[in-house]
Design a protein around this ligand. Structure first.
Ligand SMILES: [Fe+2]
Length: 200
């Protein structure tokens, strides 16, 4: 690799792969989410991701390169962690908090990547590509903010209250009372984890 142009092309292949991986994962996350507001946000982000993939194809075209993906290992790892969280035996609200955390890690990764390729495209004199990438960057930032708001206003308070109705009405009388439900109430500091802020 000798030039910024080449590095830009490589990074675009990475993010093209990342978006495609995410497109497959988001419906599973939406299905697993319980809070209707979170479900809707994830469903809408699925549609947005589809459009972002198409926009990336426009970027490749603007650069006169074929649209190719090169497996993004970072996204693969982030999504593996998301899957692990979703397989946890926890209350609905706690799972929702975990899903938001996973989704925000993904958004922050994308924000870092899009910010970088936007800047490189501009440096390389590729204004059209830079503008397209800026559009997606703005969308990712808005998604991140929406997730923070959801975490702070709905999901984290519920998770801290001790999860879903089913579990709390069981009153801890079940033999398995000590397992995951305690995680929901563990500490007040857990309240902050799902709401990382990233204001532009
Ligand atoms: Fe995206």
């Amino acid at each position: 690799m000798e030039s910024l142009d080449e590095l830009l092309a490589e990074e675009l292949k990475d993010i093209y792969s990342a978006e495609k991986q995410l497109l497959r994962a988001l419906p599973k996350m939406a299905k697993k989410a319980s809070a209707p507001e979170l479900k809707t946000a994830l469903q809408e982000h699925t549609e947005m991701t589809q459009r972002q993939i198409e926009r990336l194809e426009d970027v490749f075209e603007a650069l006169g390169k074929p649209a190719k993906a090169k497996t993004c290992k970072a996204m693969k790892g982030l999504l593996e962690e998301a899957t692990e969280i979703m397989e946890e035996d926890a209350s609905d609200a706690v799972l929702d908090a975990g899903i938001i955390a996973a989704a925000q890690k993904v958004e922050h990764y994308e924000i870092a990547s899009y910010g970088t390729v936007r800047t490189w495209a501009r440096l390389c004199g590729q204004e059209e590509a830079a503008n397209l990438l800026q559009e997606t960057l703005d969308e990712e930032s808005q998604t991140d903010e929406r997730l923070t708001e959801l975490a702070e206003s709905i999901v984290n308070p519920r998770a801290e209250e001790g999860g879903d109705v089913e579990e709390s009405s069981a009153g801890g009388s079940k033999k398995s009372g000590s397992k995951k439900s305690s995680g929901a109430k563990k500490s007040s500091s857990s309240k902050k984890t799902g709401g990382s802020k990233s204001r532009r």
